[in-house]
Ligand binder design. Structure first.
Ligand SMILES: [Ca+2]
Length: 253
């Protein structure tokens, strides 16, 4: 009897696992960026660039490890997925041992292709930002470790306050994530299902996503644009994007 139960349990879990795995088959090509990047000539299908961004065969470099750069890539196709998961494979690296910056951000916003002061993109944005902040500007009572991952929702009226590392506008507490200068692949996952936003990382080379934070009741309109931007200032890092994979998590009917 015990054996039979175990067998049933195993088949139950393998069923769930298969389901989970299958959802990942629904990668949406027009919202994703995978190698080989280039289409005809120097353009990349479905994506636009801004600022210091350069494309190589193996990565898209938003900024080099040089001061005062801003770079971005923006999806040209408005996103109408209701439930989705974006996997960003990235590499942040530089010569700095203790001082480096500033970081990069994932965007789901109304207005793409706007260069600005928030990790290379527009302040007072409308939509969602998930921020991978590598430099601690703030030394007050709300200080936390860095790099620090957090999210912000904006209706165009809020200012991202670098001096406080965005602490007063973040959706929930974020997490510290030591993703710089690693030899193995590093990923962040941004999942939005039934108005719940979950941000996770895989930076330990374990092929498992570990939750950073989750927030329910997040209302995002359809038809916004996806992008990733990065910036350096007095401090610098190379911010590379290896791939962006967008999965449709809506239940097929
Ligand atoms: Ca900062």
């Amino acid at each position: 009897m015990g054996l039979l139960r175990s067998a049933l349990l195993i088949s139950f879990f393998s069923f769930i696992y298969t389901e989970e795995w299958n959802t990942h088959e629904y990668m949406i090509r027009e919202h994703s960026l995978v190698k080989p990047y280039q289409g005809l000539g120097t353009s990349i299908p479905y994506w636009d660039f801004l600022g210091s961004t350069i494309v190589t065969n193996n990565y898209i470099r938003l900024t080099a490890d040089v001061q005062s750069l801003r770079g971005a890539i923006w999806n040209k196709v408005q996103c109408y997925l209701r439930n989705w998961e974006m996997h960003i494979q990235f590499k942040v690296h530089g010569h700095g041992k203790d001082l480096f910056g500033d970081g990069f951000a994932f965007w789901y916003v109304k207005e793409p292709m706007q260069e600005g002061d928030v990790f290379g993109s527009k302040d007072f944005f409308t939509g969602l930002a998930v921020i991978m902040d590598t430099y601690s500007n703030h030394n007050g009572p709300h200080n936390h470790g860095h790099p620090y991952i957090s999210a912000m929702i904006n209706n165009g009226t809020l200012h991202y306050d670098h001096d406080r590392d965005g602490t007063h506008t973040q959706l929930s507490s974020g997490c510290v994530s030591k993703f710089r200068n690693l030899e193995h692949d590093t990923y962040v996952s941004i999942k939005y299902v039934h108005d719940t936003l979950t941000v996770s990382t895989d930076i330990d080379n374990r092929q498992i996503f570990k939750e950073c934070f989750t927030v329910a009741g997040v209302k995002l309109p359809l038809g916004y644009f996806l992008g990733v931007s990065a910036a350096t200032g007095d401090l610098s890092d190379a911010h590379d994007i290896i791939s962006l994979k967008m999965y449709d998590l809506s239940t097929p009917r």
